[in-house]
Ligand binder design. Structure first.
Ligand SMILES: Cc1cc2nc3c(=O)[nH]c(=O)nc-3n(C[C@H](O)[C@H](O)[C@H](O)COP(=O)(O)O)c2cc1C
Ligand SMILES: O=C(O)C(=O)c1ccccc1
Length: 420
């Protein structure tokens, strides 16, 4: 048994001492459809890989003889003291990994004092997750549906259940091309449900989650003609009748219930802020200084620098490489978080040194869930919390606020080192 910084006791799992080992153990627990869906990135997967590799370009400058006997790893989020500056990013359909799905994740988060984001494509209801979270604040990830009434209902339920914030995902106006999903004809198994959709829209339990072609009949890239775009809306996201929108019928797909190519700063952020108040409204999926400035201009409460774990635009910048320009543009006006490729405690330290206030992890939690349900998620969080604490101490920092760019250098391909 080992003692963590919070005094919780948890047995070390000698078979699984790193996130890399967790990934390996999880791989054999999942069927091929699930493993491919969780693990793959868009297209060649280069952005997924670069999210991870970007961390290796930075090296830590440790300071010594600093009395690090009292390390406080905690970080504040929505007025809550999170045990370390990391949260569980929203990932869809966690019941694919383990029968207890999001509820197991929420219980593990409660145990480890870590915040969790719930996907709008969750396989557990947002009320049940809030209940399982106890005193840990809840965040709901949103796709803004073309069917506004559905979004309105979801937001009202989140408010009622005490959610503190919504994270509007903005990097998915279309679904990225994931070739293994297409080849496997990925479907949600019959016994699972997208839990927060209305019963009537969810009546086809064999819901196809992807439509199998990435973007169906739409031409890839280029400007869509009005005719093409309205055809798409009719065929996959319900149909328009003047200003009235009718709910789509048939199986739930990302295209019918999430992909919304019409979203814009001017109209939709204002609508969401009004609708979601008093919950905070964050945007998840910012990757440039320009959009960060727009986010501040439109009074969002915070930003998550993200490329959806390399599942959307392949060839986009790794999130750690996009972070500095976003941090500079925001200039401390609102919090800046980052996700993508965090696999070590030292990665958390590096992201904070580059100006992030907090990081989120996606796949490692899914691997924990697949490995051992709640216990596996706790293990995942504990490995990262312990590694982060050790990194803080060995680098000579005792508070999260101490971590800044003086602790980092960047090394280029030829080994040339530069101060930040
Ligand atoms: C299987 C899977 C499902 C995801 N589902 C969602 C989702 O429903 N909504 C969302 O905003 N992001 C979703 N994401 C993106 C994550 O929130 C997060 O941005 C990403 O996983 C971070 O990268 P990482 O997996 O390298 O940690 C998903 C990611 C994965 C791997
Ligand atoms: O897989 C994803 O990355 C994702 O965000 C998603 C969510 C719901 C349905 C399909 C895809």
């Amino acid at each position: 048994m080992v003692n963590s910084s919070k005094g919780q006791k948890q047995a070390l799992d000698l078979n699984c001492l790193t996130i890399k080992e967790l990934e390996k153990h999880a791989a054999v627990m999942m069927d091929k459809q699930t493993r491919d869906y969780y693990n793959e990135g868009a297209d060649s997967g280069s952005t997924l890989l670069e999210n991870i590799e970007a961390y290796a370009k930075y090296r830590i400058r440790p300071r010594v003889l600093r009395d690090i006997s009292q390390i406080d790893t905690s970080a504040s989020i929505f007025g809550f003291r999170n045990s370390f500056p990391l949260g569980v990013a929203p990932t869809a359909m966690q019941c694919l990994a383990h029968q207890d799905g999001e509820i197991a994740t929420a219980r593990a988060c409660k145990e480890m004092r870590v915040i969790m984001g719930l996907s709008s494509f969750a396989t557990s209801t947002l009320e049940a997750v809030a209940e399982a979270s106890g005193d840990i604040p809840n965040v709901l990830q949103l796709y803004l549906f073309e069917e506004r009434d559905h979004s309105r209902k979801l937001i009202a339920r989140a408010k009622k259940a005490g959610y503190k914030a919504v994270f509007l995902t903005v990097d998915t106006p279309m679904l990225g091309r994931r070739n293994l999903e297409i080849r496997n004809q990925f479907k949600l198994p019959r016994h699972l449900k997208i839990a927060n959709f209305d019963e009537d829209t969810n009546s086809d339990a064999s819901a196809t989650v992807m439509d199998g072609t990435g973007s169906s009949s739409e031409p890839q890239g280029g400007k869509k003609s009005e005719a093409t775009s309205s055809t798409r809306r009719q065929s996959s996201a319900g149909y328009h009748d003047g200003e009235r929108r009718h709910p789509p019928s048939g199986p739930i797909t990302f295209h019918t219930h999430a992909a919304n190519p019409t979203l814009s700063w001017e109209r939709d952020i204002a609508w969401l802020k009004k609708e979601a108040a008093p919950m905070e409204v964050w945007v998840k999926g910012i990757a440039t200084a320009e959009d960060a400035l727009l986010a501040v201009h439109h009074s969002v409460d915070g930003i998550v620098v993200s490329n959806h774990g390399g599942r959307q635009l392949n060839g986009a910048l790794a999130t750690l490489d996009a972070l500095p320009e976003v941090v500079a543009a925001v200039g401390g006006k609102i919090p800046v978080h980052v996700d993508g490729g965090v696999r070590h405690g030292t990665d958390i330290f590096k992201a904070l040194a580059l100006g992030a206030d907090f990081v989120w992890i996606g796949r490692p939690v899914l691997w924990g869930l697949a490995y051992k349900g709640q216990q596996g998620v706790e293990l995942c969080l504990k490995l990262l919390a312990d590694e982060f604490r050790l990194c803080m101490g060995l680098a000579g920092t005792i508070k999260v606020e101490d971590i800044n760019k003086d602790y980092l250098v960047k090394m280029d391909r030829s080994g040339f080192i530069s101060r930040l």
